[in-house]
Write a protein that binds this ligand. Structure first.
Ligand SMILES: *[C@@H]1O[C@H](CO)[C@@H](O)[C@H](O)[C@H]1NC(C)=O
Length: 259
């Protein structure tokens, strides 16, 4: 703001910016500030009966958020501002601790950085993912929940104060509780995550590769149906129809672990 005021105070009629007269430039800047595309506030809330370590990853060509990983105690909330046009994904890590070599690691959705910040690394599956594209076509935000990389914890997204469809999305169910034995990731006898069939069996059919690499040939399977039935609002396989992507304009978002 100080810089902007300095510009305003430049005297005389000689002021030019990118060859624009002051009389054109200043109203233009003011208009952009008022109409202004604003950043989007993401508020992470942890309602799980345990600590969660959120992870964030920007898509290629977009800047990282101010935090790429942090600790969120049971009952705590923390907000991050996503810059205009941000695209990326967020998830939650569980069972994290620092090992005897000083390396930070997590039992689920680990990002492999060795520290709490994920620093440009994504989640190792299985991980419940929420994906965003802010201020996309028509100024709309696009968001979805994906179980294509499996499930690790219930996670939901609720738009606040936007216009348009603005539906709550997410996977509020505990898929770990209904995960078939062949997909389970366990620790100390408990199921802590549920793999996708692609990760567990690595076949073209389950991974939508090869002959199955199109919306016509990549179909729901008996395994993806388990995820879809538990969480109908989430993507459960790669070419799942568009019904799982949601839109909203001008909203902030509350992201809740164990909603
Ligand atoms: C899914 O189908 C495969 C192949 O037909 C079968 O081997 C497997 O047991 C089925 N799993 C479930 C959970 O229905």
């Amino acid at each position: 703001m100080r810089h902007f005021l300095t510009i305003l105070q430049i005297p005389g009629n000689t002021f030019k910016f990118f060859n624009m007269e002051k009389q054109v430039f200043i109203p233009l800047v003011l208009a952009l500030m008022v109409v202004g595309v604003q950043s989007t506030k993401l508020t992470f809330t942890n309602r799980c009966p345990f600590t969660v370590w959120p992870g964030t990853l920007n898509n290629f060509g977009k800047p990282p958020l101010s935090k790429t990983g942090f600790e969120l105690a049971q009952g705590a909330s923390e907000s991050l501002d996503a810059p205009v046009g941000w695209e990326g994904r967020v998830w939650g890590r569980t069972g994290c601790s620092t090992d005897s070599n000083g390396r930070f690691r997590c039992d689920t959705a680990e990002c492999g950085s060795g520290v709490v910040a994920c620093n440009g690394n994504g989640a190792v599956p299985p991980a419940t993912l929420i994906e965003f594209k802010f201020q996309g076509d028509g100024g709309k935000d696009f968001y979805d929940t994906s179980l294509v990389d499996g499930f690790n914890l219930p996670f939901s997204i609720a738009p606040q104060g936007g216009t348009g469809d603005c539906k709550v999305s997410g996977c509020p169910a505990n898929v770990n509780a209904i995960c078939p034995p062949e997909l389970r990731v366990t620790a100390g006898g408990a199921t802590i995550a549920c793999k996708s069939a692609c990760e567990a069996f690595n076949t073209d059919e389950y991974c939508c590769r090869g002959a199955f690499n199109s919306p016509d040939t990549c179909k729901p399977t008996n395994y993806s149906m388990i995820f879809k039935n538990a969480c109908p609002l989430a993507y459960s396989y790669a070419y799942n129809d568009g019904s799982s992507t949601f839109t909203c304009t001008g909203a902030d978002y509350i992201l809740t672990y164990c909603p």
